[in-house]
Design a protein around this ligand. Structure first.
Ligand code: ACM
Length: 261
């Protein structure tokens, strides 16, 4: 199975231009799973809730349409971030699209910094999407900081974690190696690059999108300063065996009676 990321440098608030940039990068793309960054169409650093609301969409908005077209063109399952509007609430969400159909939406559970001023925290359980026998889980950016997220996706059966991100801290690319090792799953972290100076905030996004293997190997790492795209071939059968050796199974060996929840 071929999986990959698209690493972009979004123009704040300019969805059409951001879609065009991705179209240029993906002209000849063919894959099984492609992950795009968190909020890839809008940018990240809002100065008010009103501004974030003005860029939000329902499930039939322009971002859903763009991702459906991309899914068709690349014959791929696509996961990408957007601002989801649901009645009077907005969420930092990611949609999963396959065969030009919207399969579902994940709402970020762990909001970072001022995201707490703009968005409502995710209110839906973590979920696995099974496509052609491959089990895909989704988490968004700062969710990685909470090991329970990747562990829950693993316990639900995830083979691979699609991880749209707008990383501003320097830890994830190393830490996700541990998340993958301790759960024996693959992860595709699609990050963004560039800087956004808006209001009082000045964020430099770290790039280095990464495909990480269940055994801790980094299979692909993007530059920190260039829009890019990469695909790797992975063997999903490997993650279905949770044994490290003939004595240790990382799921069965857990001592749940001794842990706090
Ligand atoms: C982040 O969660 N976008 C830092």
């Amino acid at each position: 199975m071929k999986v990959g990321y698209i690493q972009t440098s979004p123009f704040f608030g300019d969805k059409k231009r951001n879609f065009k940039e991705i179209e240029k990068l993906t002209a000849k793309l063919r894959a099984d799973l492609i992950v795009l960054p968190e909020l890839f169409a809008t940018g990240y650093t809002f100065i008010s809730k009103k501004e974030a609301e003005s860029l939000s969409e329902g499930l039939d908005g322009q971002t859903a349409q763009f991702l459906k077209d991309l899914s068709k063109k690349a014959s791929a399952t696509i996961v990408g971030g957007f601002i989801e509007k649901d009645k009077d609430k907005i969420f930092n969400s990611a949609m999963i699209i396959s065969g030009s159909e919207l399969l579902g939406v994940y709402r970020k559970l762990h909001l970072y910094y001022k995201e707490k001023l703009w968005f409502v925290p995710g209110d839906k359980p973590l979920k696995i999407y099974e496509i052609n026998g491959i089990k895909i889980g989704i988490m968004i950016c700062f969710d990685w900081f909470f090991p329970e997220t990747a562990r829950t996706l693993t316990l639900l059966g995830a083979d691979i974690i699609a991880h749209p991100a707008n990383l501003v801290l320097p830890y994830c690319q190393k830490a996700i190696i541990t998340r993958c090792l301790e759960n024996r799953v693959y992860a595709v972290t699609a990050n963004r690059i560039g800087r956004e100076t808006r209001g009082e905030d000045n964020f430099k996004f770290t790039g280095e999108s990464q495909i990480t293997s269940y055994d801790g190997k980094v299979l692909s790492s993007a530059p920190s300063d260039k829009a890019s795209i990469d695909l790797v071939e992975i063997d999903i059968e490997k993650v279905r065996d949770k044994k490290l050796n003939e004595f240790n199974d990382i799921i069965y060996d857990r001592r749940k009676d001794y842990y706090l929840s």
